[in-house]
Design a protein around this ligand. Structure first.
Ligand code: ADP
Ligand code: MG
Length: 719
């Protein structure tokens, strides 16, 4: 069902309506009246005859006309009965303000479930509970009781009333922008984040969606909806909870490393969401993206009236991944014609006093720069807007002229301009004019640079989007009978962990480059196999009781001679028995020593909110101490795999840093995609861990593999 009849409700019942000015049941009616809501208002309170001139009803079911939405101001425990009453009236939706549900623990959760069951029975959709309410600004349907929220084209979805208040206040005081809707999603007991996205995607009054999220009830559906939405309008999102470490999973590195926030961030980015990490940037980013066209080529120019700002802006933008290309010869020549000799014109452009006598020269420069086909957008930094304040009042008029021209330029060329002005807080008229034309202005260099960078980020996403990028899992599609046999045999053996050689065999079946090992029972067999390989070998213990072989003294590398091999065999076996008395030893794995290279780690696991996810990072110290890893929700595509590798800090180590050879990134990419395929192929797999994979100049070697099965064969359809 569409949320239309709730978010655009034409009649409202206020359950718990009141004459007491301090109560929401009063304030809401007051605001609806003051803001001239055109729909019907029905107060409900058994103790009152009328409130503010409206007839008051004992029950919702006593109301004569139809009721689209009920705002419920009564306490948590009353909810099942209130919704039963609403059900009699065929109310379509309810906004539940009360707290005291799932967020307080088991008792609250029970009540929440009971409430949802009543709502489901009567087809009532619920916003909340534990929400500050809902606001439709274009219809003055204000169920928040918050006055003077500016009207505009940004839809605001938050899980915190105070963050909503922050963003609304910022809009009111610092910008000309406003909101189409505000929804406090609360506990998401019924309507989930992704359903709101679906609604806002189709809402013609909404141009951008601004979100503050603490946790998602269903991450995968959310990113699926988000991906559809971002093709039409931008989503700007801040997710808190970065610092809380992910759940520890004893089985593997990947489990312990998968902090939810990295998983979420990776998934959000794959869906084209603009993820913001600094709360000061949240509203400005939304303001910018709702107002201006995205940058198509990741290239911008900087126009400044001083070197300091220009250099700082260039540094920030470079860190944010935006290119600042040299302007073409014609552009530079045209700039030279109107600027003094001291000006610098390659990019950044420094006018070097060329605007002192006439700041409207800024607009002339902007026009020349935006005509350059190599420039996708412009950032103006410095004093613009404050020439009238700083130098002579008469300059203000010229600034206003420039503001008009820049405003029109953006529309004509479909290229954005973002301004930094150190006079912004004095609110000169020229800057107000720019805002009138939807050109945002900030007094922070960092924020203005971030804003122009998100236009580039969004443009880059739209350029690189391919329809095959989706989050649909194709369960069982690439399963091989031989692969399933390995899994079934382990289950039959009462194990949830595949032994190293079984895991490697599974990978080999799918064509992955695992080392060609052999499981042996005696030192003689080990020596014989090693000699047949004519290579240095590694010996490893194989036991269902020993998951981390090195910890048990179960690995000996670099074994060259027969003597080495025999003594390693003895040692490993003894160590295993010492590590665990009566350890169930299935043999010793003889593995050819892989060629030298850089160790990386690849793993997959199930995330509570997103289902199967994949992790990549450099092995060894990098993964354990620096946690330099990247995550993606499965399935992944070639380009996602590429970005996963390139976004790690340690990427230069693979890419030929400091004269080292460039290593085989394509082979890692292929392996990442293969892991994605294997997880999809066998819904039995819960986690896997390839640690390490050794990357060579040509090819890779999977030297250790671990696969952990689900407790029971999972129901794949739940993700
Ligand atoms: P575990 O992780 O259970 O302790 P591994 O199989 O990962 O055991 O072995 C420990 C380390 O030994 C690896 O991180 C790797 O550095 C090295 N190693 C293991 N097998 C090989 C091999 N075939 N070639 C080269 N190095 C190996
Ligand atoms: Mg290992």
């Amino acid at each position: 069902m569409s949320l239309e009849s709730i978010l655009n409700a034409e009649s409202v019942a206020i359950v718990g309506a009141s004459k007491n000015e301090t109560k929401r049941g009063y304030q809401t009616i007051r605001t609806l009246v003051d803001e001239k809501y055109e729909g019907n208002i029905y107060p409900v309170n058994p103790k009152e005859k009328s409130i503010m001139g409206f007839k008051c009803y004992k029950n919702v079911s006593d109301i004569k006309g139809s009721v689209d939405v009920a705002l419920v101001c009564t306490p948590a425990r009353s909810l099942p009965a209130v919704l039963e009453d609403c059900g009699q009236k065929r109310v379509k939706g309810a906004v539940i303000l009360a707290g005291g549900f799932g967020e307080i623990g088991d008792d609250g959760r029970k009540l929440e479930n009971e409430m949802v069951a009543v709502a489901n029975k009567h087809n009532i959709r619920l916003i909340g509970p534990n929400t500050s309410g809902m606001l439709n600004l274009h219809d003055s349907l204000n169920l928040v009781g918050l006055k003077d929220t500016p009207k505009g084209d940004i839809a605001l979805l938050t899980q915190s009333g105070n963050m909503a208040l922050t963003l609304i206040t910022e809009a009111k005081i610092k910008s000309r922008k406003g909101f189409s809707y505000y929804v406090g999603v609360g506990n998401e007991a019924d309507i989930k984040f992704h359903e709101y996205l679906e609604f806002f995607r189709q809402d013609p009054k909404t141009k951008a969606i601004l979100m503050y999220v603490e946790g998602l009830r269903n991450g995968r559906e959310f990113v699926q909806q988000a991906q559809k939405t971002t093709l039409e309008k931008p989503i700007i999102l801040l997710k808190s909870g970065r610092s809380s470490t992910g759940k520890k999973s004893a089985g593997s590195h990947t489990g312990a490393l998968a902090g939810i926030s990295e998983v979420a961030k990776g998934a959000f980015q794959l869906a084209g969401i603009i993820v913001i990490e600094n709360s000061d940037e949240l509203f400005p980013a939304a303001e910018t993206l709702s107002s201006l066209p995205p940058i198509k080529n990741n290239k911008i120019a900087i126009l400044a009236d001083g070197g300091g700002h220009a250099t700082i802006a260039a540094d920030i933008l470079t860190d944010l991944g935006v290119e600042i290309p040299e302007l073409n010869a014609k552009t530079q020549a045209n700039l030279r014609k109107i600027l003094p000799a001291a000006a610098s014109v390659p990019n950044p452009v420094d006018v070097a006093g060329g605007t002192d006598a006439d700041p409207s020269v800024f607009a002339d420069c902007a026009d020349i720069i935006l005509k350059d086909p190599n420039v996708g957008g412009l950032m103006v930094v410095g004093l613009f807007g404050g020439y009238g304040i700083r130098f002579a009042e008469s300059l203000s008029l010229m600034e206003e002229d420039a503001a008009h021209r820049m405003g029109k330029m953006v529309k004509k060329r479909h290229k954005p301009i973002v301004l930094h002005s150190l006079y912004n807080s004095e609110r000169p008229h020229a800057l107000e004019l720019l805002r009138y034309y939807n050109i945002p202005v900030y007094d922070s260099l960092d924020i203005s640079a971030k804003c122009i960078s998100v236009l580039a980020e969004y443009g880059n996403y739209l350029n690189s989007y391919r329809p095959k990028h989706n989050f649909d899992l194709n369960w069982g599609a690439n399963a091989r009978p031989e692969g399933q046999k390995i899994i079934d045999a382990a289950r039959h053996d009462g194990r949830r962990a595949l032994l190293e050689h079984e895991a490697k065999e599974l990978f080999a079946i799918h064509g992955a480059p695992v080392t060609g090992d052999r499981l042996v029972q005696t030192p003689d067999e080990a020596v014989e196999f090693a000699q047949s390989l004519e290579k240095t070998v590694v010996l490893k213990i194989v036991s269902p009781d020993i998951l981390h072989k090195s910890d048990a003294g179960g690995v000996r590398v670099n074994l060259k001679t027969e003597k080495d091999i025999r003594s390693a065999f003895k040692e490993i076996t003894a160590n295993a028995h010492q590590y665990q008395k009566n350890a169930d030893i299935r043999g010793i794995l003889v593995s050819p020593m892989a060629n030298k290279g850089v160790e990386v780690i690849i793993g997959t696991k199930y995330d509570d909110q997103f289902g199967p996810v994949i992790m990549y990072g450099l092995g060894g110290i990098m993964v354990e101490i620096i946690k330099d890893v990247s995550f993606r929700v499965l399935p992944i595509t070639r380009s996602a795999a590429k970005r996963m590798i390139e976004q790690t800090k340690s990427f230069p180590i693979l890419d030929g840093a400091r004269g080292n050879p460039k290593l085989d990134q394509q082979a890692i990419r292929k392996l990442l995609m293969l892991c994605s395929e294997i997880v999809e192929a066998y819904p039995d797999i819960e986690e896997m861990d390839l640690n390490p994979v050794i990357v060579h100049e040509k090819g890779i070697s999977i030297v250790d593999a671990r696969v952990i099965l689900k407790q029971k064969t999972g129901d794949p359809s739940s993700f």
